[in-house]
Design a protein around this ligand. Structure first.
Ligand code: F6P
Length: 344
């Protein structure tokens, strides 16, 4: 059997651990792996689709990024591209394909399976943690560890200067990174897409804190946060192949910081963590999760269970239908958000 593997969408920590697990488990069954470069783009341009052996994946477990490269290519934007992908799968004699990705990449995998009967299995990854059917996606734990570490560092400087520190984190439609990172790092206010909140409310809270003698504050803002009394715009021409707006252009952190300073007079600084949250070595949790997902994905192929991805539910790895996983984004558990609010 010959199995193709690709990584698509934004990179994150733990992708290489998943690739290594796929190769090692496939080798265990005596099958072969072909590595596809740059996500779905690799199946379109058909360049460098090459064997990936145990030797090539040796030593990549702790390595950030993806040795296969990635892209945000969407073959379903053009019916010819879909035909090309199917033809190239055939041309390379691929009996099955493992797509490691977030909702966009897995959405393409689900469509290939549902509409074209392709033998595809997914593996959920994204630092945003917004894929249904799994409690955790690969890359999330590393990202929130980076956020918590940054908040620890920002606390000492905020406290020394008696400032408000606004920290913008990633999180397009879901505020998982902001809520869990903020909870772990002791945030004094968290703004997320799921719970619109006026800047007026944030400022009142900051003023209350000052009256209580707390002369510094840390505000965590998800890049997709909705703050109704602040106008944001990413500007024209800033959408990707899946129609997502580039939220870094929205500058929500900067706008929130500016408005807090203007309204309260408190000296305010803004830090945008950006792609730091996606880089570097995976945490122990992500290494183990990626390894378990990689092994499970190959096992599904071995069992002929296509159109699924492994998910983590509690401590168990369970199969989840790709079409169910990609229907809607998995948004924040509001009970967790309310828990974080207790510590403001
Ligand atoms: O897809 C995950 C994500 O990390 C989002 O939170 C963020 O909006 C986006 O990627 C940014 O991606 P890039 O700058 O790589 O296009």
């Amino acid at each position: 059997m010959r199995i193709g593997v690709l990584t698509g969408g934004g990179d994150c920590a733990g992708l290489n651990a998943a690739i290594r697990a796929v190769v090692r488990r496939t080798d265990y069954y005596g099958h072969e792996v072909l590595g596809i470069r740059n996500g779905w783009a690799g199946l379109l341009d058909n360049e460098r689709i090459e064997p990936l052996t145990v030797r090539e994946v040796s030593g990549i477990l702790p390595l950030g990024g993806t040795i296969l490269g990635t892209s945000r290519t969407n073959p379903f934007k053009n019916p010819d591209h879909v035909r090309q992908v199917l033809a190239n799968l055939e041309r390379h004699g691929l009996d099955a394909l493992i797509a490691i990705g977030g909702d966009d990449t897995l959405g393409v995998a689900a469509k290939l399976y549902d509409e074209h009967n392709s033998r595809v299995v997914g593996i959920p990854k994204t630092m945003d943690n917004d894929v249904n059917g799994t409690d955790y996606t690969i890359g999330f734990n590393t990202a929130v560890s980076i956020v918590a570490d940054a908040l620890d560092k920002l606390h000492t400087t905020a406290s020394s200067h008696h400032r408000v520190l606004v920290v913008e984190v990633m999180g397009r439609e879901a505020g998982w990174v902001a809520v869990i990172g903020g909870l772990a790092g002791g945030a004094d206010f968290i703004l997320i897409p799921e719970r619109p909140c006026k800047i007026e409310v944030v400022c009142k809270h900051l003023e209350r804190r000052r009256q209580m003698g707390k002369d510094f504050s840390i505000i965590v803002v998800a890049e997709g946060a909705i703050v109704p009394d602040i106008t944001t715009s990413a500007g024209p021409g800033t959408t990707d192949a899946f129609g997502h707006v580039r939220l870094d252009r929205r500058n929500i952190g900067e706008l929130v910081g500016r408005e807090i300073e203007r309204r309260t007079g408190f000296e305010t600084r803004v830090t945008v963590l950006g792609h730091l949250q996606r880089g570097g070595p995976p945490t122990l949790f992500d290494r183990v999760l990626a390894t378990r997902f990689g092994v499970a994905a190959v096992d599904y192929i071995q069992e002929g269970r296509y159109g699924y991805m492994p998910g983590l539910r509690g401590t168990e790895i369970v199969p989840c239908k790709l079409c169910d996983a990609v229907k809607v984004n998995r948004t924040v558990d509001l009970a967790l958000y309310e828990l974080a609010q207790l510590f403001y």
